[in-house]
Design a protein around this ligand. Structure first.
Ligand SMILES: [Zn+2]
Length: 412
């Protein structure tokens, strides 16, 4: 239905615009260059015939495809982000197109000897015979999440050109700054006005996600006492040793490198210490709300116990919730997951339903009143030079969008 050539051309027109976001910036969008693509997307949405195309002062884009049926159908939204991660450069992306992939090593960059190999990235073998878009080994690709934008716009264009496909009102939303955790922050859920939505921001074909972590950050500060080491007996308190006690008292196997699936963890991601003061930065993650609360309690109790042991306040802990599992908001409206699953099956795509070991914009949007599961956008190896996307997966994702709106209108 959608040609490989058209979708490839559209995708490349987006990834060749640098839209790297910046966590150090306080503005929205966090980088001025995100406007370059945002403004182009507004023109394109108008150009393909979308209605109510708006962009606000923070660069959030919204657009409407009006219903083409007489009966009442729920309004569905599709959401993607146009920024790319600050973890790896997204400037001067030079995509390479590998047609009819033969299942062997792909030389991304001969002069720098950068190779995309199925020996290491086994997923590549799923796409033998397909068309892959890769980087030239020096930048990321930006399939996260310009593949999502490509698919949403391609689906809208297809629906506009094929009025025989019946659908209700559809809303489209594109956001800046998802990669720095702020994509949903200034999203006007009321203005968007959808009954539910999907982020097109997953990876492998078939992915469908409606469970993510509950997340908190913990900052642990340990105060010591510095005294001349030659005269320190009974006086010096070395905060780094107390920090080690703290670290070693948490379960060693409940860390990211020892857990998967539904297993939660404590993750020490930064420590800075001197005798006088040591600061530990943790993140706490768990899908289960009860376990999540228990993890926070474990850290608080450990803090109290060490303070008791030293008979004064040597440790303080500051725990802040970051985001919550969208499952709580999606399960009461489970038909929105079921319909996506049904759409995939109707297109011979095997649904891969699994918990996200992280968060999405959708989890925040779900708590802002817009239940929002996540659907595959097709790319792999996000946030680095080995990122790639099969064109066939982008076409399938586009078809999933069309099928979801068709099924929703049918059932209404
Ligand atoms: Zn993304």
């Amino acid at each position: 239905m959608i040609s490989k050539k058209d979708i490839t051309k559209r995708f490349i027109s987006y990834v060749t615009v640098d839209t790297e976001s910046d966590p150090e910036s306080d503005t929205t969008p966090s980088t001025a260059k995100q406007w370059d693509l945002a403004n182009a997307l507004v023109l394109e949405l108008k150009d393909i015939g979308m209605s109510d195309v708006t962009i606000d002062d923070n660069s959030y884009i919204m657009a409407t495809l009006p219903s083409n049926v007489d009966h009442k159908v729920p309004t569905i939204g599709f959401v993607s982000h146009f920024d790319t991660t600050p973890d790896f450069t997204g400037a001067n992306v030079k995509p390479q197109i590998i047609e009819n992939y033969d299942g062997k090593d792909i030389i991304l960059n001969a002069s720098e000897n950068i190779v995309l190999s199925p020996d290491y990235f086994e997923d590549l073998l799923l796409y033998k015979g397909q068309t892959l878009i890769t980087t030239d080994g020096t930048t990321l690709l930006g399939a996260d999440d310009k593949a999502g934008i490509t698919e949403i716009i391609s689906a809208m264009e297809y629906l506009i050109n094929h009025p025989e496909i019946k659908h209700g009102k559809i809303r489209v939303g594109f956001t800046p700054d998802e990669e720095i955790g702020r994509g949903a922050h200034k999203f006007d859920v009321k203005k968007f006005g959808a009954d539910w939505a999907y982020t097109m921001d997953g990876s492998q074909i078939g992915e469908l996600e409606y469970e993510n972590f509950n997340a908190a950050g913990a900052k642990v500060t340990i105060k010591g006492k510095i005294v001349h080491p030659g005269y320190a007996k009974g006086k010096m308190v070395n905060s780094m040793y107390i920090a080690t006690e703290f670290i070693n008292s948490l379960p060693r196997m409940e860390t990211p490198e020892h857990t998967d699936g539904y297993q939660g963890f404590f993750h020490l991601h930064n420590m800075e210490g001197k005798v006088e003061e040591t600061v530990l930065q943790y993140i706490i993650r768990d899908h289960d709300m009860g376990h999540f609360e228990a993890r926070k309690e474990v850290m608080q109790n450990l803090t109290d116990a060490i303070n008791e042991q030293y008979e004064r306040e040597v440790i303080t802990i500051e725990i802040k919730d970051q985001y919550f599992n969208m499952k709580e908001k999606v399960v009461p409206v489970m038909h929105i997951v079921d319909i996506a699953e049904e759409a995939m099956k109707a297109l011979d795509i095997e649904p891969l339903i699994k918990p996200i070991r992280g968060g999405t914009d959708g989890s925040q949007l779900s708590y802002m009143g817009l239940p929002c599961p996540n659907i595959f956008a097709g790319g792999h190896n996000f946030h680095g030079r080995y990122e790639y996307v099969p064109v066939e997966s982008m076409i399938k994702a586009t078809e999933v969008i069309c099928k979801i709106v068709e099924l929703t209108a049918e059932k209404a």
